[in-house]
Design a protein around this ligand. Structure first.
Ligand SMILES: Nc1ncnc2c1ncn2[C@@H]1O[C@H](COP(=O)(O)OP(=O)(O)OP(=O)(O)O)[C@@H](O)[C@H]1O
Ligand SMILES: [Mg+2]
Length: 507
């Protein structure tokens, strides 16, 4: 394949890390090119250089054989290169159209010609199959809708190379399939997609070529048709990965969490959680399946004391916590890996160290008689960095400078390692590479073996099956039903996720 874009001998150093080490890589017209590698391997950094957000210390970029200078996103866009980022960058209060035209060149500048802008969005939507409503406000949209807006926003600028940094991390399998249908159609006209993902299925089913980075180094580029799942896993992490974990039978003990007739109202008064009841016992993992936006967030926020219950009760180890403050709930022994590491889990401007002791800093062993015990804190944080293979320069690294997956590892490790009886894990492996997923999954299975109660909220069927004992399906705020965590139940769970009852399933 003839490469249209080439990055030659690219090196990028940050204090203490070489994020790209003499990388030479190429991308062709008419292909979806997957970019793979462990958390912190340098994928985002490399693509941020192609998009002009970072400047390489060494190396050149060529387009069609000619060297180009890309000193900022404007240059990248002028060369037809656009990017959708790992973390969404939309303004929630603005409409779709306002977000799309923000920063784009308008045809009749300085006139703000919204009529033609709207028409152009509708045309794009029509042509690509990306359904969007120009007048909807971002904060009313599902994650999948927001993703489409991000893409339209980039295509609106008229690019022929689209870089996507883990766009599917938060999508359902159906949304992912739809996205790839759009992309496969789009590359037919000679466009290029560079696609960062940790999901092997996506590479094997939808991509043409795959390149692998490891520790900042380029490893290889392969034709997807030449490789299989095991080879791909090995290429990514440089060792064999246990793709299937052992889950011994549960030894469920006393009831730890009891949700009883819980109703939570959203702002408009419509119940986001509608008369939900379930229990989680010690030594048991209960999975909550469902398409995002069916009440998962509100349910967890209510349990964590962040949103008031309209009616019903929540009991933890026998006592009601329905009117407790979030701090009281944490201190009674509830850990929570939240949905969003960036907005709820971490303080991005704080160091790894300060993020790790965020909730615990005035407790033993981190504080004694009101004094922080820096030695204890440092050794604990170093151990955590080691145990969870967190790629950080050290405890003082600013969390916001870490790669997405490594940010996720800080949140997960902190919540798993602090004292607790109940772990609520929401999308615990969001953005993790397959080696790290294996590790976190083993830790969550260990939690259960240690007699902790685990409530797992996930959209990944594989994850729900690997970790749960039973799975509850949430649809429009209600529990549609319960199923065992077995491969046989997958179809039934899928139907319930769409709001169909188990009785609708073909026998
Ligand atoms: N602004 C920065 N300052 C300091 N170090 C950085 C900065 N950006 C990235 N790094 C470091 O560079 C390395 C590569 O990070 P990068 O974000 O490119 O990884 P990635 O492959 O995208 O990982 P992930 O799969 O977790 O998203 C990491 O060690 C990271 O901590
Ligand atoms: Mg990244």
């Amino acid at each position: 394949m003839n490469d249209y874009i080439r990055m030659e001998h690219i090196t990028k150093r940050f204090p203490g890390v070489t994020a790209s080490a003499d990388v030479s890589i190429g991308f062709a017209k008419g292909e979806i090119h997957a970019l793979l590698g462990e958390n912190g391997a340098g994928k985002s950094t490399l693509m941020n250089m192609l998009y002009g957000l970072l400047k390489p210390d060494e190396g050149v970029i060529t387009i069609d054989g000619a060297p180009v200078r890309i000193s900022g996103p404007q240059d990248a866009i002028a060369h037809g290169i656009g990017m959708v980022h790992q973390h969404f960058m939309l303004i929630p209060k603005f409409t779709v159209m306002e977000n799309v035209i923000l920063g784009a060149k308008l045809e009749r500048e300085p006139l703000l010609d919204t009529r033609s802008a709207r028409q152009k969005i509708l045309d794009l939507s029509q042509r690509t199959g990306l359904k969007v409503d120009p007048d909807a406000r971002i904060h009313d949209l599902s994650v999948g809708d927001q993703q489409r807006v991000e893409i339209i926003k980039v295509l609106y600028k008229g690019v022929n190379v689209l870089i996507m940094d883990e766009p599917t991390a938060v999508l359902t399998p159906q949304e992912t399939d739809e996205l790839f249908a759009v992309l496969r159609n789009w590359i037919k006209d000679g466009n290029t997609v560079i696609f960062i993902t940790h999901k092997m299925r996506e590479v094997l089913e939808f991509c043409d070529r795959v390149s692998v980075l490891r520790d900042g180094h380029f490893i290889e580029t392969a034709q997807v048709s030449d490789i299989d799942e095991e080879r791909l896993a090995r290429m990514m992490v440089g060792r064999d990965v246990e793709l299937q974990l052992q889950k011994p039978p549960a030894k469920a003990g006393a009831t730890v969490l009891e949700v009883d007739g819980l109703t939570v109202r959203a702002d408009g008064g419509i119940p986001a959680v509608d008369n939900v009841s379930f229990t989680v016992r010690a030594g048991e993992t209960v999975g909550i399946a469902g398409v995002d936006g069916n009440g998962q967030l509100e349910l967890i926020e209510a349990i964590m004391g962040l949103t008031p219950a309209a009616s019903g009760d929540i009991r933890f180890k026998g006592s009601s916590i329905a009117h407790s403050t979030p701090k009281e709930i944490l201190e009674q022994g509830v850990s929570n890996i939240p949905f969003s590491r960036q907005t709820e889990g971490l303080v991005l401007n704080f160091s790894v160290r300060d993020n790790f002791i965020l909730k615990e800093r005035w407790h033993k062993p981190y504080a004694k008689h009101g004094f922080l015990q820096n030695k204890v804190i440092d050794s604990t944080v170093r151990k955590m960095i080691q145990d969870y293979s967190i790629k950080a320069n050290g405890p003082e690294t600013r969390a916001g400078n870490m790669s997405g997956g490594n940010q996720q590892k800080i949140v997960a490790s902190r919540e798993i390692e602090r004292p607790h009886d109940l772990l609520i894990a929401c999308h615990p492996t969001h953005g993790l590479d397959i080696g790290a997923i294996e590790f976190i999954h083993k830790r969550i299975l260990q939690e259960r073996a240690d007699g902790k109660a685990v409530l797992l909220v996930s959209t990944e069927m594989d994850e729900l099956l690997a970790l749960s004992d039973r799975i509850l399906v949430l649809f429009k705020g209600q529990i549609m039903g319960e199923a065992p965590a077995t491969a046989k139940a997958v179809q039934q769970i899928g139907l319930m996720m769409l709001g169909k009852s188990a009785a609708d399933a073909p026998a």
